[in-house]
Design a protein around this ligand. Sequence first.
Ligand code: ATP
Ligand code: MG
Length: 391
Amino acid sequence: MYKAFLIKYGEIAIKGKNRGSFERALCDRIEERVAGIGEFKVIREQGRIIVECPDEYDFDEVISELRKVFGIIGICPVVVCESIEWDDITKTCLDYVRDEYPGQKFTFRVDAKRADKRYPIESPEMCMRMGESILNEFPETKVDLHDPEVHLMIEVRNRTYIYSKTLPAAGGMPIGTAGKAMLLLSGGIDSPVAGYMIAKRGVELEATYFHAPPYTSDRAKQKVVDLAKIVSTYTGPIKLNIVNFTDIQLYIYEKCPHEQLTIIMRRYMMKIAEVLAKKSGCIGLVTGESIGQVASQTMQSLECTNAVCTLPVYRPLIAFDKQDIVDISTKIGTFETSIQPYEDCCTIFVAKHPVTHPILSSIEKSETKLSEKIDELVQTALDTVEVVECR
Ligand code: ATP
Ligand code: MG
């Protein structure tokens, strides 16, 4: 029944002279998402985006794909009347109401627009005429201009669009409108959610994973690749940098107080991620940290980790409770993968009693015990990064 979808977008409509580039980005993202499921055409005209459908397609599949596109706040399934003759429009509208609202007992209002002001019937007149036709055809309906149950829209262009329902969508901003950031992606629950949330603001993502073979297995690495792939269904392809972190960890373990190990390791992760970030044109780092969740995420620990970074570090989950994060992770489809029980490089060398209130000067003092060898190890890690394109 539906031959098109009208795309509603919120915030981007108010971006003044950036509006054009925002709309273009949104169209590109929509095209990428629907390309795999049929011959859809994305049309941008007069401040609207319309997705035109091929003769045959799967409605649920299209909606599910469009719901992954950030920047869309609502999707209106549209019935198209190829003609702009008033009698044809009326017939199509009545058929539409009959199919869409079984029982035809509702309050309604009609709004109409004509793209071409030369169209012989003015908009208020179109509304009145259609209102009357509906009342005549379906005697149990009633007009309610203020709070209608059904709000029927008629848009006359070179053909006529008819719609009344808006399906909710993801919201946010189209990817590619905000810049690029480096996500520190582990195999846990939090970082994929953090990536999703920051991407929802229009940020393009690249990712880095710290791998510690043989302490962490290939299966643990595959899990991170799988997570990046799930996140990429929302963000578009993600380049995943896999850093071999083993020798750095072992060296820190050998030289530094064990209760400070996690913090010092985290500082090296951030440093390395930042080098990779800058190399790829990323202008921020993203982590899944949340205040107080574990010893390495107290405010004091975050202060110590943050101190090595020069790029801004975005932590979208900083004030979230675990359950809220789990809820989002379930919604976006990463949860089942995240809870697969594979080892994590942070937990392998973890001390029995890690510091929870580290003092930056004391951490920095401990790090002086690491000779130039640490720089060589960092360089080697950077030189041997394995890159996986996740899509
Ligand atoms: P997550 O659920 O994302 O693993 P977490 O609760 O396990 O988080 P930590 O292990 O303290 O918390 O890690 C905090 C953040 O540091 C993670 O959210 C992630 O952004 C980053 N991180 C931790 N371990 C790794 C890793 N092996 N590779 C890449 N990033 C990591
Ligand atoms: Mg983790």
